[in-house]
Design a protein around this ligand. Sequence first.
Ligand SMILES: Cc1cc2nc3c(=O)[nH]c(=O)nc-3n(C[C@H](O)[C@H](O)[C@H](O)COP(=O)(O)OP(=O)(O)OC[C@H]3O[C@@H](n4cnc5c(N)ncnc54)[C@H](O)[C@@H]3O)c2cc1C
Length: 596
Amino acid sequence: MPVYHAPLKEMQFVLHQTLNIGQHYAELGYQDATPDLVDAVLEEAGKFTESVIAPLNRVGDEQGCRFDNGEVTTPEGFKAAYQQYIDAGWPTLAQPTQFGGQGLPYSLNLVCAEMQSAANHAFAMYPGLSHGAQATLMAHGDEALQARFMPKLVSGEWTGTMCLTEAHCGSDLGLLRTKATPQEDGSYRLDGSKIFISSGDHDLAENIVHIVIARIEGAPAGTKGISLFLVPKMAVADDGSITGRNGVSCGSIEHKMGIHGNATCVINFDGATGYLLGEPNRGLNAMFTFMNAARVGVAAEGVAAAEASFQGALAYARERLQMRSLSGVKAPDKPADPIIVHPDVRRMLLTQKAIAEGGRALVYEMASWVDISKNRTVSSEARQRAEARLSLLTPIAKAFLTEMGFEATSLGVQVFGGHGYVAEWGMEQLMRDTKISCLYEGTTGIQALDLLARKVLGSRGALLEGYCTELAHWWQAQTLPESLQPLRQQLLAHLQQWGELTQGIAVRAQQNPDEIGAASVDYLMFAGYVVLAHQWLKMALAADALKERDPDLCQAKQETAYFVFARLLPKAASHATLAAQSSDSLMRLPESAFGR
Ligand SMILES: Cc1cc2nc3c(=O)[nH]c(=O)nc-3n(C[C@H](O)[C@H](O)[C@H](O)COP(=O)(O)OP(=O)(O)OC[C@H]3O[C@@H](n4cnc5c(N)ncnc54)[C@H](O)[C@@H]3O)c2cc1C
């Protein structure tokens, strides 16, 4: 089993050196969130994650959740660990103070969430989903509803879910059938069935608050008739006390590829009482208000998986002895050299390192924009700027980092050779667990359409142009050491190519809309490599300032940046070539001629 160690030094490097997080928090009015406090939180979160959450990763995978007589039981140790999690106050970290939260920034919580996800993806999803439910309630619930449900959600005594998917509708939520009927007291009666609901039922908390999308009787078909509801598993009185069962039950749980410790449930609503959140028929718009934050969270899962797998692979590659180095014996006292001397093993390790650390820099920066977008004390101009950047980069980070996180875990298996394929080492579990991040919260294909069709072409290129121009100006204004200047040139050339690639697709799409779908995933992957390279150059520059104080760190960042520009960024070129192809090669074959 890889033993997870929270990479505090790496996290602190991004927070303090590249993001200047102390100043960021001070500007947003988080007076308590000083650099010292940030470090103290990280240290405690690291200890808790390593000692309480990580040891349950294997047992969670092996035992999985159980479903008996309508009740879901989590794997051995989960309940006790969750209680410790509550007792230590972790659920409250970034939650609103008026409901018992500590009111610290979203971005600080994201760092802790990354640790939890790396240590135990399945466990981390229980509080993760709960935070999504709370964000929705805070954004769209009225004061009475918030007062009734928030305190126990914030403390972690109750958890939350997001109930969107139905058997016949996943990506296309407009097809949903769950029905909401208005009742005399202003509440709604919910009838329908949701599938694949993460943390949908379990034994960790006495109540589960479901955020459910449904169609009010008589509402328009499609996405324009979707409304959002809060539906608790246990009915709750105005004073927040539990009064008995609501019409909500778990029909079954899924047996699945990974995240066995997280219950993925069929949740049935049979005359359940629910409460409208936001306006009728505006449910999808309401969901969008926290979608960016939720998807940045999923992007962080890709980073977490890459980090966990890299830690395991690196330790193994330093120990495992096989064959001699091509350039001469490196460990003469041993029967063979450690495999880390072999160039191909280094290719795999450096790719994992580049994804974990570059991905981390990207998601932390995006989380800092989420801080701004949620903050009412900053100017509306600053908020709009943060929202525009989030809007463009969220689908890129979500899809690219989860796909790359999966690739990193596959490389982790490969570094272990045959031993990676067997369960004992835990490397194959990381791969199985992280695949889901490419699927939920919008598949890679759906993120790619969101990026190209909605964000880029939908804004007539304005969002993209704004971002690329800002980045190009910023890089041109930086004073770089000579060694990094060629990397800047390479990055600037890619920013220009991004615009040209977009132009070409836009022109083709005027003739044939399928061109968008045909180009979209390669377009997104191109963008992902460019954004990753930008983060690596930023880190290399920030590390340069540490060359006297911490020469090892400086060397590690700068050498990895050269690796990224030499061996990962060139992959953008092949994605650009593919995105520039006409859709013909995909669409000409008639469906009936696919064969079989
Ligand atoms: C373990 C697990 C946990 C989950 N947790 C939750 C949860 O907590 N809450 C919740 O509501 N849901 C949850 N889901 C559901 C998840 O969000 C959906 O599975 C996902 O959105 C995809 O929907 P689908 O499975 O219906 O696939 P489909 O929508 O049927 O898609 C199938 C394939 O077609 C592609 N596709 C579909 N439409 C298009 C298009 N227009 N263009 C290009 N490609 C397209 C997709 O990219 C995909 O590759 C979970 C799923 C799993 C497996």
